[in-house]
Design a protein around this ligand. Structure first.
Ligand code: ADP
Ligand code: MG
Length: 277
């Protein structure tokens, strides 16, 4: 396990209890979707996991060792756990894409050649190599999002936390991004996305964790988590549409396995559907 948060409690100085006894783990190469209504605690958990916030109580282990919230401990944690914030404009500040993405590796004290290699690698992973010299102010929202992700990726974190990465992207932008993220997990990077996109959680994640009552109330593989739509509704979440449709087709005997996408429905239909009337 790379990261293990046990029984975390966290209260904001203003008095908002954001996490109550929350536990969460991340292993290499995992694809995890974190679900929950607004205010459930997803962003707070992310900030605990990369050391931006210190737990009130509970333990955070990195590679099995308790994290100390001093300079050295936090440096090690932030190298291992990269957090991409929801709004890219909270993250981008340099004049050009290349300068922005090289900021993290430069801060790690790497040699110039290593920095250049990491920047090139991160831009390629996000499919934005062509933007290296582009001024950051000239980028579209979707491009800024990818640059923000590349900037974190250039530090080669073992765990990449992405806070609502698909919010504000168009469908093809979402597809490109998720493909890029899947390639990263194939190379061993663990990815956790906080999302409101239930269909994405159903189709992309290998593990789904649902926040409710300020901690993770339900988690497991998507088949298990989405098996009880009523329970999900109780947590304020709508079941994935593809899953609902799949269940109906399964019950009608038209398919024999739950599909992950609409395209898969067509492939799995046992016989052509004739529309009458
Ligand atoms: N900076 C902050 N100061 C005080 N309270 C906060 C702050 N950020 C979040 N909260 C509160 O903590 C709780 C969890 O919020 P958050 O982690 O942002 O949830 P989510 O990301 O799931 O929407 C909410 O009650 C929210 O109002
Ligand atoms: Mg949030």
């Amino acid at each position: 396990m790379i990261l293990e948060a046990n029984h975390i409690h966290f209260t904001y100085p203003a008095g908002d209890k954001a996490l109550v006894d929350a536990s969460f783990t991340v292993s290499p190469g995992e694809r995890i979707a974190l679900l929950g209504v607004n205010g459930a605690g997803k962003s707070t958990l992310f900030q605990i996991l990369n050391g931006s916030l210190k737990p009130g109580s509970g333990t955070l282990l990195l590679h099995g060792t308790p994290v100390t919230h001093d300079r050295k401990g936090l440096l090690a944690l932030r190298r291992a756990v990269g957090l991409v914030m929801q709004d890219p404009d909270d993250q981008l500040f340099a004049a050009t894409v290349e300068e922005d993405v090289s900021f993290g590796p430069s801060n790690m004290g790497l040699a110039e050649a290593d920095i250049r290699a990491r920047v090139a690698e991160a831009l390629a992973a996000l499919g934005i190599s062509g933007l290296a010299k582009t001024p950051t102010h000239a980028l579209s929202f979707g491009q800024r999002k990818r640059v923000a992700i590349a900037g974190i990726l250039a530090m080669r974190p073992a765990v990449l936390l992405l806070d609502e990465p698909t919010a504000g992207l168009d469908p093809s932008g979402i597809e490109d991004l998720m493909q890029a993220l899947s390639r990263l997990t194939e190379q061993g990077t663990a990815i956790v996305i906080a999302t409101h996109d239930m269909d994405l959680a159903w189709s992309w994640a290998a593990r789904v964790a649902v926040f409710s009552g300020r901690s993770i109330a339900l988690q497991g593989d998507p088949e298990t988590v989405f098996a009880d739509p009523e329970r999900l509704k109780g947590y304020g979440l709508r079941p994935p549409m593809v899953h609902e449709m799949g269940l109906a087709l399964l019950q009608a005997g038209l398919i024999d396995r739950l599909p992950k996408s609409v395209a898969e429905v067509a492939l799995r239909l046992k016989r052509p559907v004739t529309v009458s009337g």
